[in-house]
Ligand binder design. Structure first.
Ligand code: UD1
Length: 424
């Protein structure tokens, strides 16, 4: 409890004006490793995950597995997972409430034990975030869903392949269905499936375990159920959102940074917009080099599902555009309430108006340091980006949100010359 409080009271002090310089390595992808840890429940054999980022969210997912009876051990960048014995089918409220993404254990637990009880995840800072499409998909495979004193009780005596059309290409719903269907009888077809690179990584992982998934990365995924899956060692893909955040920070600071361990194809929607804004970058053998000049042209952005512009980079690019030449219109179409960073950026002097689902950003010359609060993970990254270019020292509160999804962000930024201190 005390540790939790200390964590919540931690803050970053960031003094602006330093150009970032040097090389930085991107960690394994948070949004890929979380469902992959859940998918390790599909086998009783050992799983080894390489390039598993050391993040709060990864710790929580490990605790979820342990709460069910599994074992998770970290050895450097490797995670060793064993779910030989699953003694429980219920995940405590505290874990689900800490991390919404833990709902992806529903699919694999149904496949493994035929039943799972999780506390209903509810909403979060960026919207009400229902899970109706997860449940609809699992029901199509033969599951029954009951609400019981705040718990979702999902059970299936047998899972049977089905054709499932998703009303929207939800990332989490596609993952839950893929995992449940991997061990169902017959073939499942997910139409209007999410196409994010993290879906492809999950499908690759399941196939390495002996699964039969085709089409991941397109909008139709075919999953042929198999009797049994086996253990494997898998390397998690690099985090495209972390890579994008460093690229934006380097560009905004006006420095020159080589961002290594990236898959450029995953960054296309960001790079296309940066090109339009006048940011100079080039692909090299071992990464993407950004040659920043600090100030760019305003560009309009509309977040979309992959391969559109990722909602997870909306806050960081908005922060960069606060100092652009002209007016940028940034429209959020994926989440209903993802402009919590705007009021904080306004405290630093930004000129932004919200109209419906759009933020109208009028570029200004300079931002000024202030005390600001990180309302969620990506909002926190946006505030650090703004602080790196602001006059004075910005005090960023509630940084436990940032630790959920960026591995050693302060250490990495310091290695590039940023003036950022963590105050516990
Ligand atoms: C994942 C990512 C998150 C990213 C998001 C969109 C993880 C751990 N998180 O979240 O970082 O921002 O994809 O790229 O991978 N929705 C419903 N009903 C449902 C499911 C979703 O209405 O059953 C809505 C959500 O409220 C949201 C939209 O659909 O408005 C997109 O959600 P989804 O694609 O499911 O995102 P997540 O999997 O939660």
């Amino acid at each position: 409890m005390r540790q939790e409080m200390t964590r919540k009271l931690s803050k970053f002090l960031v003094t602006g004006g330093k150009e970032l310089q040097g090389k930085i390595d991107v960690s394994g992808a948070k949004n890929a490793v979380l469902p992959i840890i859940a998918a390790s429940l599909l086998t009783s054999d050992k799983i080894i995950l390489e390039e598993a980022p050391e993040l709060l969210d990864v710790q929580v997912m490990g605790q979820v597995i342990e709460s069910l009876g599994g074992k998770v051990k970290r050895n450097g960048k490797k995670l060793h997972i064993s779910t030989k014995e699953i003694m429980s089918i219920e995940t405590p409220f505290d874990l689900i409430s800490k991390m919404r993404a833990s709902i992806v254990i529903m699919g694999p637990m149904l496949a493994r034990k035929g039943r799972v009880r999780i506390s209903h995840p509810g909403g979060c800072a960026i919207g009400s975030r229902p899970i109706n499409w997860h449940l609809k998909g699992l029901e199509c495979l033969g599951a029954q869903v009951r609400m019981d004193h705040g718990f979702l009780d999902v059970s299936a005596s047998r899972l049977k392949g089905a054709k499932i059309y998703l009303d929207f290409p939800s990332v989490g719903a596609t993952e839950n269905i893929m995992m449940a269907a991997s061990c169902a009888e017959g073939t499942t077809i997910i139409e209007n499936a999410a196409q994010e690179p993290e879906i492809v990584d999950l499908a690759n992982f399941i196939n390495e375990m002996g699964g039969k998934i085709r089409g991941a990365g397109t909008n139709i995924v075919y999953i042929e159920g198999v009797k049994e899956l086996h253990g494997t060692t898998h390397t998690v893909i690099p985090d495209r959102i972390e890579a994008g955040t460093f690229i934006l920070m380097a560009a905004a600071s006006g420095g020159e940074v080589l961002v290594r361990n990236v898959i450029p194809a995953h960054l296309k929607p960001l790079l296309a917009k940066l090109d339009e804004a006048g940011v100079i970058f080039r692909e090299e053998d071992d990464g993407i080099r950004v040659i920043g000049k600090g100030c760019y042209n305003a560009v309009d952005i509309k977040t979309q599902v992959h391969p559109g512009f990722p909602t997870d980079l909306q806050a960081p690019i908005l922060a960069m555009l606060t100092r652009a030449k002209g007016t940028a219109v940034i429209t959020e179409t994926v989440f209903e309430n993802r402009f919590m960073h705007v009021d904080e950026l306004k405290r630093m002097g930004a000129d932004i108006k919200i109209e419906g689902r759009s933020a109208i950003v009028q570029g200004i010359e300079n931002m000024n340091a202030a005390t600001v609060v990180a309302s969620d993970l990506r909002a926190g990254a946006a505030l650090i980006l703004a602080a790196l270019t602001a006059n004075g020292t910005t005090d960023i509160r509630d940084i436990h949100h940032i630790d959920r999804g960026y591995e050693n962000l302060d250490l990495k930024l310091r290695s590039l010359g940023a003036e950022i201190t963590r105050v516990e």
